[in-house]
Design a protein around this ligand. Structure first.
Ligand code: NCD
Ligand code: ZN
Length: 359
């Protein structure tokens, strides 16, 4: 990585946790990621979810067809674990290079997770296969128990499910996705097991107050929810530590206005349009710009056993205004726009060669 006061040049990053959706919105969402990231782990929580090899291949095709012209981007597909997923499908999909991992959603934990696993101890056959073939298990680590406080669900998941799971399958490769707590940081960085974690931009910027600032603000609602300030500070330290077990995963999860502004607003923050700029702000504030490349472009690929990218990207110090809304190509109806993370704010880094807002 080459960094000066006004410019930073690094290996092109990858996004190790991304929701692209499907259908009409796909193209309008994808361009924001494909323009700056080389590869992304594509979350399989469509409705219906991606549970077969052919569904993954078809979805991959639709993604590739939606990549802007002249841009090179590789979607890395994942399988959605269900109670009756045949282990043989995972094994074949992984060996054929279609699946790069499988995602465990405890049933009803988040958006489109009702097909998820109802009892983790009942799919040991899947974990056993994944452990044997070295297939990464990506986990949404929250319990769904309504009696557990929503802000404790990640910590309780680790104790109730993750630790016992790793004891049963001690060579299983695990990514604990979008971590939000000191408990998760401690667990991952001190683990004797093969476990890493992704960290989102929003969990580095906001704490749980953001959801209740002057009213109920669904734009800052995602799962797992942001936690107390002490957790945010610890996440910033973890992300900027340079430790190989932490890497970039935006969890960019677009929902249109009508789904956000409702009495039961959807969980998810659309951060893809300014994700790199958002992370860079944190690394700069933490005096850790020299560690950004490890987090964004090296640690994830190394964990997944994939080659590093060779292309480079340059960001320059320059104020950019984040728009209030982004038209993702759904008929131009404002109810179908999506609010980007940092909307209305000014960020201090810009990807070189891009049209800078307000110019
Ligand atoms: C994600 C979505 O909308 O698909 N939402 C979110 O709040 N992060 C699902 C997920 O990753 O939990
Ligand atoms: Zn997600």
């Amino acid at each position: 990585m080459i960094a000066s006061v006004n410019q930073i040049s690094l290996l092109k990053p990858d996004d190790w946790h991304l929701h692209l959706r499907d259908g009409k919105i796909l193209k309008g969402v994808l361009s924001h990621t494909a323009d700056v990231f080389c590869r992304a782990i594509i979350m399989p929580n469509l409705d219906p979810p991606i549970t077969t090899i052919s569904q993954a291949q078809e979805y991959k095709k639709r993604i590739i067809q939606s990549i802007p012209e002249g841009v090179s981007f590789t979607p890395l597909m994942t399988a959605y674990l269900t109670d009756d997923m045949p282990a043989e499908v995972l094994e074949r999909g992984f060996r054929e290079g279609v699946f790069h991992g499988a995602k465990l959603y405890p049933a009803n934990v988040t958006t489109n997770s009702s097909y998820g696993v109802t009892d983790i101890s009942k799919v040991d056959n899947l974990f056993e296969t994944m452990e044997r073939i070295g297939m990464p298990l990506l986990i949404h680590g929250e319990v769904t128990d309504f009696n557990v406080d929503v802000f404790d669900r990640e910590a309780v998941f680790i104790e109730r499910h993750l630790e016992p799971l790793l004891r049963r399958f001690s060579s299983l490769k695990v990514v604990l996705e979008h971590i939000t707590t000191i408990d998760a940081i401690d667990f991952v960085e001190n683990s004797e097991f093969d476990i890493a974690a992704t960290i989102t931009p929003h969990h580095l910027h906001i704490n749980r107050n953001a959801m209740f600032n002057g009213g109920l603000r669904s734009d800052f609602y995602c799962l797992p929810t942001a936690k107390r300030e002490i957790h945010r500070i610890a996440l910033r330290q973890a992300a900027t530590s340079g430790k190989p077990c932490f890497f970039l995963g935006t969890d960019s999860a677009p929902h249109t206005r009508s789904f956000k502004e409702s009495s039961c607003g959807c969980a998810g923050i659309f951060n893809a349009p300014f994700a790199l700029e958002s992370y860079l702000k944190v690394f700069e504030e933490e005096n850790a710009l020299d560690r950004f490349e490890a987090f964004s472009s090296i640690n994830g690929a190394t964990f997944y056993g994939l080659p590093l990218n060779t292309e480079r990207i340059t960001l320059v110090k320059k104020n950019i205004s984040v728009p209030q809304m982004i038209d993702v190509g759904l008929d131009g109806d404002p109810n179908d726009f999506v609010k980007p993370f940092h909307s209305g704010e000014t960020l201090g880094w810009a990807v070189r060669g891009f049209s800078e807002m307000g110019e």
